[in-house]
Write a protein that binds this ligand. Structure first.
Ligand code: BGC
Length: 770
């Protein structure tokens, strides 16, 4: 038979139909099973499924009959547990208890697996700097494999909150400021955790997209704070990652702590139902953030009973740690405040998740004592962690001092030089600091025995101990003696030692920045500079006249204006996880060519915040790099431009971009064109380049940002070679939510720009939509 396009189409149509039929019949099987189960369950048992608690213990020895968790599990008052891992014996015992509950409904086991399980990857903000969808997906895949091997079947990730304000400590957990890039990263993570279909194999787990919604827009970067943005603004610039994650099939969402339009997200029907379910098509379950239901009382929307009823009716299905649902919903039902249908709807969604995971077929599917020994922290996983950590680093400045020669005399100084625990980054719950490769270790290994290396701590991290070092608690510090030394010496003494090392060296590598506890939850800062005691060290090193490479550890963009003027090179390494030291040494010595690019703008001064590249023009625009001019939109004391813009990052090689060409200069509203650019590697090193496509709607019925990212490709280009990168542009790439909140592509002219970062986008070409 001759295969024509037509016959192929028919074959595809048949396969699609068959797949749809299988998935429909699977759905109807699931519906039948759950209908029957629900009809047998008491209302108390249904409410029990809506209850999630954190585990207060890590070992099965604590699981005695009088333990409150055990009692709740046995009586069917617990739908899931979270906050532990690595101990299948505990999970097995708990699951056995769950099977003793009235209908033997298995538990789900959740955990904050944020950037790896035990093989710790770079923090999520760093990973987004790779602009590499495949690598991001693979990191989530490995995290899912490791976590599921220890019994976890539900991870509280990805965190997809857009953030414009580096004061917010949780900026470290997301993918930065851009909704398109945020959406691409969200999809990659969801697919990594869950796979690409709706069947969960035993190394695929439920993703939980958080924090829904708009948590990163907290006013003034203060954690948990109010959000004040209009609907058009959120739909265009903030909601896309949540929407993309739903379209990628994310199985669960976590409601956020903040309020929106005067209603806390956890009880906000517009967010939880009208948008998430009706607009974005999400059909899984929503869990509250920890104690968020109880916090509704503080927000002032009612007592715990009223708050719980409102949350349930708004679309929240599971209550984490508040005991609001378990404690009050039955009373609300008896009083007619909620209906049986409200409770059943939420319970159904949780049972569906358990069904999809396969727990009704095999409650012990994810619990396998053998896998703990074989699948976790493997050499392959660590090798990938190293690769990802190389690609997450962003070279912010380089006057030519980098890469370093392995023959140079190097002084490696600073409180992060030999600091294992702060390599993990915030939210690395199963990390062991003792597993982390320090920068010192990595550099020593790279140099081998012939290295001429001296080292000194150089300074404390902060002048005073950090109050409420919550983030530190999230890294199990099992590497005693592997943090900076106890501050027995004064800062002046520590500096003097580093200066002596610097004087005897050809080049200084100064490892400075923020410890893990300065970013993450509850770690907002009003001053986002490198702590003073470390800046004193940098100034003393500068006075030696030796070239200085600053290696920055941080969980957020910092104000680095002085550092940019005074350091010879700045390598931003964020927190790179287990393989930190190896990956940093790889870049310092040129064994890897840096290719990370920022996904957050770095301000010059904290007063510029909130700061983001995709801002509006205003009626009195002011060119980014020009000094103050009265009656234009600018500051008297700092220029508008960030110090380092969105999309920016240097390489050891250089890339040259050709002008952009379009396949056609106009298209109908529902048409398509391609935009191409040729990128030449004009330097001496092979390199990778994140090529970025931006658009600008010249005139539109509502105002539009000056630039918006609408595509990117990470390409490998050998020294001297060129590659043509082509982006397809369709009406969806040009569309936006208009004033009536309708998704429209308006006719008119659009500027199309392709470049290496959001600032250097070259001459725009015009695409006319007719
Ligand atoms: C955080 C969430 C986290 C949860 C459970 C909360 O405090 O906001 O991101 O998933 O705790 O640990």
């Amino acid at each position: 038979m001759k295969i024509t396009f037509k016959t192929l189409n028919a074959v595809f149509a048949f396969i699609l139909l068959a797949a749809l039929t299988v998935s429909c019949s699977k759905k109807s099987e699931m519906d039948k099973f759950i209908d029957s189960l629900l009809s047998q369950m008491s209302v108390e048992e249904q409410i029990g499924q809506l209850n999630l608690h954190s585990m207060g213990f890590r070992s099965s020895a604590a699981l005695t009959d009088d333990n409150e968790t055990v009692k709740a599990v046995k009586t069917g008052n617990m739908g899931a547990l979270y906050g532990f891992g690595g101990d299948p014996a505990t999970m097995r015992k708990l699951q056995e208890y769950a099977l003793q509950s009235p209908h033997g409904i298995p538990l789900m086991f959740g955990m904050d697996v944020i950037h790896g399980y035990q093989t710790i990857f770079p923090v999520p903000l760093a990973i987004s700097n790779t602009w590499n969808r495949e690598m991001v997906e693979k990191s989530a895949r490995i995290a899912a494999t490791e976590a599921s091997s220890s019994g976890i079947n539900w991870v509280f990730s990805p965190m997809v909150d857009i953030c414009h304000d580096a004061r917010w400590g949780r900026i470290v957990e997301g993918a930065g400021e851009d909704p398109y890039l945020g959406g691409e990263m969200a999809k990659a993570m969801v697919w990594g955790y869950q796979g690409h279909d709706d069947v969960f194999s035993d190394n695929e787990v439920l993703a939980c997209v958080k924090h829904y919604a708009l948590y990163g827009a907290a006013e003034a970067g203060r954690d948990y704070n109010t959000v004040n943005l209009g609907r058009q603004e959120i739909l265009n610039n903030w909601m896309r990652p949540y929407k993309d994650a739903a379209e990628a099939g994310a199985a669960s969402y976590m409601s956020s702590f903040n309020e929106y339009e005067g209603i806390p997200a956890t009880a906000n029907k517009y967010l939880l139902t009208d948008l998430l379910r009706d607009e974005f098509g999400f059909d899984g379950f929503v869990v509250s953030d920890a104690t968020a239901v109880a916090e509704l009382v503080n927000h002032g929307i009612g007592d715990l009973q009223e708050a719980s009823a409102r949350a349930l009716q708004a679309g929240l299905d599971m209550d984490m740690n508040s005991d609001g649902f378990i404690g009050t919903l039955k009373k609300s039902l008896d009083e007619g405040r909620v209906t049986k249908a409200d409770i059943e709807k939420a319970c159904r969604r949780i049972l569906e998740a358990k069904y999809k995971l396969g727990l009704f077929d095999d409650p012990f599917k994810y619990i396998d004592e053998e896998k703990v020994k074989t699948n976790i922290f493997t050499p392959e996983n660590r090798a990938f962690a190293r690769e990802l950590a190389r690609e997450s680093q962003v070279l912010l400045k380089n006057d030519g001092v980098l890469p370093l020669s392995k023959n140079a005399r190097i002084a490696l100084v600073g409180p992060f030089a030999n600091n294992a625990s702060d390599m993990s980054g915030a939210w690395a719950m199963s990390a062991k600091a003792s597993d982390n490769v320090t920068i010192l270790q990595g550099v020593k290994e790279a140099l081998g025995t012939s290295g001429k290396l001296t080292t000194a701590q150089g300074s404390k991290i902060t002048a005073q101990p950090i109050r409420g070092g919550f983030g530190v608690g999230f890294t199990r510090n099992e590497g005693a003696g592997r943090g900076p030394a106890a501050p027995e010496k004064t800062n002046a003494q520590l500096i003097a030692e580093a200066v002596a090392a610097a004087r005897a060296a050809d080049v200084v590598v100064a490892c400075v920045g923020e410890p893990n506890s300065m970013s993450g939850e509850g770690s907002s800062r009003a001053d986002i500079s490198i702590p003073d005691v470390q800046v004193e060290l940098l100034k003393a090193l500068k006075a030696t006249g030796k070239p200085i490479v600053m290696v920055l550890t941080t969980g957020r963009p910092l104000t680095l204006t002085w550092e940019d003027e005074n350091m010879n090179a700045i390598l931003n390494t964020w927190s790179l996880g287990t393989e930190s030291g190896h990956a940093i040494a790889d870049v310092l010595f040129g064994d890897a060519n840096p290719s990370g690019k920022l996904t957050t703008s770095f301000p010059r001064m904290v007063g510029q915040l909130p700061l983001y590249y995709n801002h509006k023009n205003t009626g009195r625009p002011h060119p980014d790099f020009e000094p103050y001019r009265k009656f234009t939109s600018c500051y008297m004391d700092v220029i508008n431009a960030p110090l380092y813009p969105f999309g920016y990052g240097l390489s050891y090689t250089t890339f040259e971009y050709s002008p952009v060409t379009l396949s056609a200069s106009s298209m109908p509203v529902n048409g398509k064109v391609t935009a191409s650019v040729t990128v030449k590697n004009t330097g001496k090193y092979d390199g990778k380049e994140a090529v970025q496509l931006y658009i600008h709607d010249v005139y539109s019925t509502s105002t539009r940002p000056v630039k918006e990212l609408r595509g990117f490709e990470k390409v490998d280009i050998k020294a001297g070679e060129s590659k043509t990168v082509t982006f397809e542009i369709c009406s969806d790439d040009l569309a936006y939510y208009n004033h009536d909140l309708k998704w429209v592509c308006e006719s008119g002219d659009y500027e199309i720009m392709i470049g290496p970062n959001s600032k250097d986008t070259g001459e725009p070409v015009i695409l006319t939509v007719q």
